[in-house]
Design a protein around this ligand. Sequence first.
Ligand code: NAP
Length: 320
Amino acid sequence: MKAIVIKNYGGSEALQFADVPTPSITNPSQVLVKVKATSVNPLDYQIRRGDYASLFDLPMITGHDIAGDIVAVGDAVKNWKPGDKVYYSPRFGSIGSYAEYHITNESSLSRMPDNITYEEAASIPLIGGTVWEMLVVRAQLKKGETILILGGAGGVGTLAIQVAKSLGAFVYTTGQSILHEKLQNLGADIIIDHHQKNYIEEIQTHTNGKGVDVIIDTVGGSTLSNSPLALADYGRIVTLVDIPQPQNLIHAWEKNATYHFVFTRQSRDEVHHITQLIESGHVKPVIDSIFPLEDIQSAHERIEDKKRIQPLFGKIVLSL
Ligand SMILES: NC(=O)c1ccc[n+]([C@@H]2O[C@H](COP(=O)([O-])OP(=O)(O)OC[C@H]3O[C@@H](n4cnc5c(N)ncnc54)[C@H](OP(=O)(O)O)[C@@H]3O)[C@@H](O)[C@H]2O)c1
């Protein structure tokens, strides 16, 4: 089969198209999936450039989202059959999705929503589980609460806005002015252009100094230290971004803040909630662009390009 193989860590040129053996079922609870679409996550370029080198052996195949068709099932698999459309996130550390076929355990599979395409479905599993974990499991966001989603135009942000809205929250987010209408259409109530304005001052003004109940950090940097200045008393901050440096949390102490640190463990139950929101029309996958798998280097260059002329909005998808 065709696959994108990393033989050496590096830039986008480290992603090489190659012929590799098609995997086959070796365990009765496994299924073989024909990959129809996959996506690009920051985790993929972090792995490609060697951020997790101690955890992987080269050569390797990365990629963390799959939408596709089951083509074969192991003897113990009772709930799935060839032809079923599925979507899921390959486990961190296992063989990834940048290939024509993928083997997985049936426990990781979710039924693909019936009202979206393979490309739309491939944009969801990793961020879907992440967003549900952040908003519902950790922050326990409630109807009528206020939330600030930092990085609203990114893969995580575009989904988080929609899920927060469906839970009945008042949503503040950050995003470039050129994207304001699109962010509003997702359900954002107030949009702060992070290239022009200071989000802490803006939140202070909009909330009359009270701050928001929940802050979602998808951007890192000084957010852990400074965002409590935009937080209400006893508020919650949920962060996805690991920063291997000491952080000054004095402002968090002043606010009696609770921090949640999230490193997504792929969970079929959490993706199931997103499936329901997609099928009920509350959530729509947001696709920035679609590249053929052969053009994966361009896809990685787009997500990593911090000076891109056309700002990112949603997920970059790879079609097979
Ligand atoms: N821990 C986990 O389990 C987990 C899971 C998923 C994702 N993540 C992490 O979460 C982060 C976001 O993921 P993603 O898929 O959403 O990334 P993405 O699609 O690349 O989006 C990044 C977004 O953040 C915005 N941004 C960058 N710097 C900003 C700043 N200082 N203030 C406000 N917005 C800013 C960008 O806007 P501009 O275009 O204006 O720069 C862009 O819209 C990544 O670091 C990823 O590794 C972690």
